[in-house]
Design a protein around this ligand. Structure first.
Ligand code: G16
Ligand code: MG
Length: 211
């Protein structure tokens, strides 16, 4: 019943969500700010500057715009060091099979990641060729939970939002899919992704006909 599937990257196709966590943790520790996995849940799918604001909000002092840019750049350097050694072995179980099944069913495939490193990660994973369209994060004005990134992907594929299945591991991402008027497939836990239409543990359980 769908005409296209729009995938998130981090935490769906590969576990860069963990690398983002490690990079933010290193930055938070250098600033002596509290940061743990639970707080990190709120950051998933949130863009770089938005994530930084959430981390800095844990402390008392205020930072100038210039300081914030420098801190975001530090985090990005930690992150780029972590992703430098990624290979196709870093694809999550079922990721390539899911992309192949969507393709075999004749549906369009797009990537909706707010990460400015997404193209690099796709290359390292060797899956760039699976996508009809990859949204340029730099061209997106409003990050998740705003629907803009998913709507941009649907428009580029020439498909109505109602005919799209969005796949997300983040609370903000699921909210963006629903705000776009699409069906949301959550990857993770139903207690966390309460707004998803269906939740599966990983793409290893992906069954297009069931959604
Ligand atoms: C991802 C991550 C976020 C990260 C964002 C920006 O979004 O989930 O944690 O803050 O990218 O990444 P970068 O700093 O590389 O631009 P998504 O949409 O892929 O889940
Ligand atoms: Mg994600």
């Amino acid at each position: 019943r769908f005409k296209a599937v729009i995938f998130d990257l981090d935490g769906v196709l590969t576990d860069t969500a963990h690398y983002h966590y490690l990079a933010w943790k290193r930055l938070a520790e250098s600033l002596q700010l509290p940061f743990d996995q639970a707080y990190n849940e709120q950051l998933k799918g949130i863009d770089r500057m938005g994530s930084l604001e959430l981390i800095l909000a844990q402390g008392r002092r205020s930072y100038t715009a210039q300081e914030k840019l420098a801190l975001a750049e530090q985090k990005n350097q930690h992150y780029q060091t972590l992703i430098a050694d990624m290979t196709p072995a870093d694809l999550l179980p079922g990721a390539v099979a899911a992309l192949q099944r969507v393709r075999a069913a004749g549906l369009g495939i797009a990537l909706a990641s707010v990460s400015k490193n997404a193209a690099t990660v796709l290359e390292r994973l060797g899956i760039t060729g699976h996508f009809d369209y990859v949204v340029d994060a730099a061209a997106i004005a409003r990050g998740k939970p705003d629907p803009e990134i998913f709507l941009t992907a649907a428009q580029a594929l020439g498909v109505a939002p109602a005919d799209c299945l969005g796949v997300e591991d983040a609370v903000a991402g699921v909210a963006a899919i629903k705000a776009a008027g699409m069906t949301a497939l959550g990857i993770g836990h139903p207690f966390v992704l309460t707004r998803a239409d269906v939740v599966i543990t990983s793409l290893a359980d992906f069954n297009l006909a069931a959604y």
